[in-house]
Design a protein around this ligand. Structure first.
Ligand SMILES: *Cc1c(COP(=O)(O)O)cnc(C)c1O
Length: 359
């Protein structure tokens, strides 16, 4: 028998979450963000769930875009970082991809390549995140150059918010964006999941939901995924493979970071950081054993972690364990470990077998 760890992907939940995003988007088109192997869920599986419903897709990697076209996806595919070298452009054009254009070097490449099949592009504006995009200094010139290129067809104005998920919100960035683009009659694309959920009035013409599709709350401190109406898509599950009885003063795991203050029953779970479980998850991180909630104990090791079975006498070797997903929000585990559900999902290790949940 293989090691009992597995990730189960619920395609119906993914579809449900996309349709929820679509409802929030109103008349805007919702492009499913499937970068990073669909946030660790598997690009192929994301396509199974969304291929026939999504208005479009957004990702980073030319190879992933190629895979989407090979799978028969005819909808628009956005390259969120655009292309990286002139040699990419022929394929971008041949596959009919929609690159983001965020810097001078990309404009120059596009001018030189002059694609025979005109491209739709997203012109990226840096409205305050200071990551990618043109600013007040160079945006107008960039737009003029794009408009002068016969190889460019549709232009959508795009920006990305740094604080859509916190108390600061999008106001200041939206003002910068509106000032820069005043009077331009072009479609816009602004919202990630947090902006779409919190500020739907600013959704624009194309929204770009990512984490919410996978059932993570983009703002777990403000609103849980469940309260938003999202369903978990990835469940990381394993089993108890060992049990120890310890007494006061005995320690658990590397470094002895946890010591019992009385008699305890410890369960050892076949899941560690080499499976993608966060090593920084401290004692007390929630975990389900046999559907009942308990806590992790001590340091997470490469292949195992320990949990408290003291109040779960019925649990033992072979008991099912949920690390996150159905019954235990990934956001809760992430927050205990000082990170976000995005990172947990993306870190799912290649050695964990993935299966699809049967409806
Ligand atoms: C990743 C990404 C998104 C999706 O963000 P979520 O917070 O996961 O919804 C949207 N737009 C851009 C430019 C991105 O890089």
């Amino acid at each position: 028998m293989p090691r009992p760890i597995r990730a189960v992907i619920d395609l119906a939940a993914l579809r449900h979450n996309y349709l929820l995003a679509k409802r929030c988007a109103g008349s805007a088109r919702a492009f499913a963000v499937v970068k990073a192997n669909a946030y660790g869920h598997g690009l192929g599986l994301a396509l199974c769930a969304l291929g026939d419903v999504a208005d479009g897709f957004a990702l980073l990697d030319l190879a992933e875009a190629r895979a989407l076209r090979a799978a028969g996806i005819a909808q628009p595919i956005v390259l969120l970082e655009g292309f990286f070298e002139p040699a990419d452009l022929a394929e971008v054009a041949a596959l009919g991809l929609t690159p983001a254009i965020h810097c001078e070097a990309q404009l120059a490449m596009l001018e030189r390549a002059a694609p025979a099949t005109p491209l739709d592009v997203l012109l990226k504006i840096n409205s305050g995140m200071n990551r990618l995009g043109f600013t007040a200094d160079n945006f107008a010139a960039a737009l003029a150059r794009l408009r002068a290129m016969p190889g460019v067809r549709g232009i959508t104005l795009m920006s990305h918010f740094a604080r859509a998920d916190d108390e600061v919100g999008i106001g200041a960035q939206l003002t910068v964006f509106k000032t820069l683009t005043a009077g331009l009659d072009l479609p816009v694309s602004l919202a990630n999941s947090a902006a779409l959920l919190r500020f739907p009035e600013a959704a624009g013409h194309i929204v770009r939901p990512g984490i919410m599709l996978y059932g993570g709350s983009p703002m777990p401190d403000l609103q849980s995924a469940e309260a938003i109406g999202l369903r978990p898509v990835m469940t990381l599950a394993s089993e108890i493979i060992g049990v120890q009885e310890i007494v006061a003063g005995q320690q658990v795991g590397y470094g002895g970071s946890f010591a019992a203050d009385g008699p305890m029953r410890i369960g050892v779970v076949a899941c560690g950081y080499a499976d993608g479980y966060p090593r920084h998850a401290p004692t007390g991180t929630p975990i389900l054993v046999g559907g009942r909630r308990t806590r992790s104990l001590g340091r997470v090791s490469m292949d195992m972690l320990a949990c408290d079975l003291s109040h779960l006498p019925e649990a033992g070797v072979g008991s099912p364990v949920t690390l996150w997903g159905e019954g235990l929000a990934a956001d809760e585990v992430a927050s205990a470990a000082g990170t976000i559900s995005y990172e947990l999902f993306c870190a799912l290790a290649a050695r964990v077998p993935v299966s699809v949940r049967e409806a």
